[in-house]
Design a protein around this ligand. Structure first.
Ligand SMILES: Cc1cc2nc3c(=O)[nH]c(=O)nc-3n(C[C@H](O)[C@H](O)[C@H](O)COP(=O)(O)OP(=O)(O)OC[C@H]3O[C@@H](n4cnc5c(N)ncnc54)[C@H](O)[C@@H]3O)c2cc1C
Length: 161
């Protein structure tokens, strides 16, 4: 971030804890109240693994991995995979980058193919949605990728314990 911080900007590495819009103020964890003329809020999305029972405990251990939390662990899991059933999925909630869960499924399928593991590996992509992608021309291209890698595509699917 420091590399892209514009000159003249005072970067406070702090946590916004609340808003006081009637006073044009925000409250922060370490710097007290800070006044503003204009406020732009861009907090992004926060992962909440507690929405799926057991996920918080399981994530990051053994073969349960997520590119949203630790892509290096995902890479370790893929590299150490000896064949079997590789299941990729995404939640029903909004997520950072709607394509990310698919991207890693395709990359993994490609890795398994390159390492001659396709005959002993089933790759499933399970999505809560009715289509692989909401934009038809993109969905058409992605369906070709799904077929090319022989991926088992499941719709209306929800991860649960
Ligand atoms: C695995 C993965 C792959 C992706 N691939 C792509 C891609 O190929 N192409 C693409 O366009 N996008 C991709 N994305 C999505 C892209 O990274 C996000 O859309 C983008 O980062 C969103 O930017 P943002 O600034 O809105 O949120 P964030 O990047 O989430 O930034 C929000 C910031 O606000 C901070 N924050 C939150 N609450 C507070 C608070 N109370 N006080 C202070 N700070 C706070 C957070 O700590 C965070 O630093 C990908 C995302 C992931 C996870």
């Amino acid at each position: 971030m420091s590399e892209v911080m514009p000159k003249g900007v005072n970067w406070l590495k702090d946590y916004a804890t609340g808003f006081k819009p009637s006073q044009n103020m925000i409250t922060t964890a370490q710097n007290g109240d800070i006044a503003y003329d204009f406020l732009v809020v861009s907090p992004g999305l926060v992962m909440d693994t507690s929405l799926i029972e057991g996920l918080t405990e399981a994530l990051g251990h053994g073969n349960v991995c997520s590119n949203y939390t630790n892509p290096e662990h995902t890479w370790d899991v893929i590299r150490n995979f000896k064949g079997g059933h590789a299941v990729f999925t995404q939640p029903t909630t909004p997520i950072k980058c709607g394509g990310a869960p698919q991207k890693i499924a395709y990359l993994a399928a490609d890795y398994f193919r390159m390492h001659n593991m396709s005959d002993r590996t089933k790759v499933t992509f399970a999505t809560p949605g009715s289509v692989i992608f909401g934009v038809k021309p993109i969905a058409d291209s992605l369906m070709k990728v799904v077929q090319r890698y022989n991926i088992d595509l499941n719709h209306f699917t929800l991860l649960s314990k």
